[in-house]
Design a protein around this ligand. Sequence first.
Ligand code: ZN
Length: 468
Amino acid sequence: MRGAAAFGAAGATGLLSSPLMAQAVGDTGALRLPPRGEFTIAGAHVMTMDGALGDIAGGSVHVRNGEIVAVGKDIAGGGEKIDGTGMIVMPGIVETHWHMWNTIFRSFAGDRLEEGYFPTVARFGQQMSPDDIFQSTRLSAAEAINSGMTFVHSWCHNVRSTAHAEADISALAEVGIRARHSCGWPQGVPDTQSADQAPIESLARDWKSWSNDGLITLGMAWRGQFRAGPIKPEVYQPEFDNARKLALPITVHVASAHKAVNQIEPLYKAKLMGKDVQLIHTLSANAAELDMIKESGCSVSVSPGSELRIGYGYPQIGEMLAKGIPLGISVDTSALTGSSNLFGVLKLARDSENAKAESEFKMTARKALELGTIEGARSMGLDDRIGSLTPGKRADLIAISPNTLNMAVVTDPAHLVLEATAAENVDTVVVDGRILKARGKLVAVDTPKVIAGARAALAGVRERTKWR
Ligand SMILES: [Zn+2]
C-alpha cells in the first residue's frame, strides 16, 4: 500500500537531538525549557495534514526559531540533521476541552450514584489548594506531551482564588505546552451566585506576564444557563458580559447528554452564542439547533471518551461536520477516562460514527486525524498558526515510531496512526520549535517528580476530607 515502503527500517532508533536538550535549573528540580533551535527531520513519512501538501514519503521538515521553514521531499534543510527514517511525522495533536485540574482524581468516578463523577469532583475539588491544582495540571500536561498532544485547552472550573488559576497556568508554562487556560468558577459555588470575577480580571490585566511568550492564551470557562437546574439571568449574564468586555473567548457545557434537551435554543434566543463561544458536548442538539450553532459561528468540542463512559450517549460528529460547524475532540476529564491519550479518543470518535451508521465506511481514519489536528486547531481559532505542517506555521509536530510490537508491520499510515498509536510510540514532540520529547523520553519534565507531586497532592486531599 501507499507509503508502506518507507517503514522498512527496523533500525530506527529515535531522533537524536542532544544540543537541543533541556538543562536542569539549580536545585528546584524544574527543568528549563530547551531553546528553539534549527533542525531538519529528514527521510520520514510526513503527513502534513495540509490539503495542498498531502503526505510526503521520504519527506523532510525544516524548523528554525520555532517556525516551520520548509516541508518537502527535496528541500535543502538546515541546522541539526535528524534522521526520521522509519518514522511518521505529523502535526501535534490538538486537544480542545480538558479539566486538567482534576487529573489527580484519575479513574476515581466509581460504580455507585454517590461515587459518580459530579459528586466526587465537587466534594474533593473543594478541598484543593493552589498547589494541588498545579500538581494535577502538571501531571496532565506531562501526559499530554508524552502522548503527542502539543495543544491543550485547560478548562479550569475550580478557580477558588486567583492563586488557583495562576497555579494552573504555571503548570502549563513549566511543561512548555501550547495551551488555552479558560478561567472558571470554584466547585461548590451555589448556582444562585455569580462567579467571582476578580481572578479572570487580574489575569487579563497582566496577561502578557502569564502567557509564556504567547504560548498560552486566556479564555473564560462559563457555567451557562443550565447546571443541575436552570440558572437565573442575573447570575449568568454578568459573567458572560464580563468575558465579552475583556474580549476573551468563552466556553460552556450545554446540552451535554441526549436527554438534556432544549438547552441550545434558549442560549440562541438570549444571544449568548457567537464566533467567540465554544459549546461543549451539544449531544441533544436537534436539526434546528444545529442550524443555530452554524448560523451563530460557535465551535463545538465533543469528548467521546467521557461521553460514552458517563452515558451521555453518542456525539453528533457527522451531523456537525455535514453542517460545516468547526469541531474539535477533547479528553474532558481523566477522572472518567483514565488514560488520556487523544489518539484513543479520536479512534472512539470514528468508531462511534461508524457504529451509529452501522457502516465500516462512515468516517475515514484521515478525517478523524483531521479532527485531532487541523480541524481541532480551526475550532480553537488557531488554524493560522498550528494544526498542519505548513511553511510559516509554528513548529508543533510529532514523530511516531512504529518500531514496536503494537505498531510494527505498517500498512496504511492514516489507519495505523489512528488505530494503534500509544504514548510509547510517540518518539519526538516539538512545541513551538522546542524539542520536549526525544527518543521516547520527556526531556523538559522530571517525570518521577511530577508523579510524586501528584500523589502527594491526592494524599493531602484525602487527609483533609477524612476520606478513607
Ligand atoms: Zn467538561
